[in-house]
Design a protein around this ligand. Structure first.
Ligand SMILES: [Zn+2]
Length: 111
């Protein structure tokens, strides 16, 4: 289980739809219970919005583009240091544990 992915991480699509394989994007949302994530610009869907009234405001009808969730196993973390897709190792630094790139040993959470 790859639950070491967090909101704000850069990931690459490693499997799934052929036209999306190899694309990169930022994690917008993680659904840990469903093992799904939403990645910016990946798995775009179009929804038809009806005209609705909401608290005195009118929401215009039209097409709304949005990202649909994909399985967390379809993506892999991209290391911000070496820019490669990598597995993550947890390394304990005193009180807190930090995520470390297995390829270049850079700490991923260190900004
Ligand atoms: Zn790295």
């Amino acid at each position: 289980m790859n639950i070491k992915i967090r909101k704000g991480d850069l990931v690459e699509v490693i499997t799934g739809r052929e036209d999306e394989r190899g694309k990169r994007g930022e994690i917008i949302k993680v659904y840990p219970d469903e093992h799904r994530v939403i990645v910016q610009g990946i798995n775009m869907r179009t929804k038809h919005q009806k005209q609705v009234q909401s608290q005195g405001k009118t929401i215009k009808p039209g097409k709304v583009r949005f990202e649909a969730p994909i399985d967390i196993s379809n993506v892999m973390l991209v290391c911000p240091k070496c820019s490669k897709t990598t597995r993550v190792e947890l390394s304990r630094q005193g009180e807190k544990s930090q995520r470390m790139c297995k390829k270049c040993s850079a700490l991923i959470d260190e900004k």
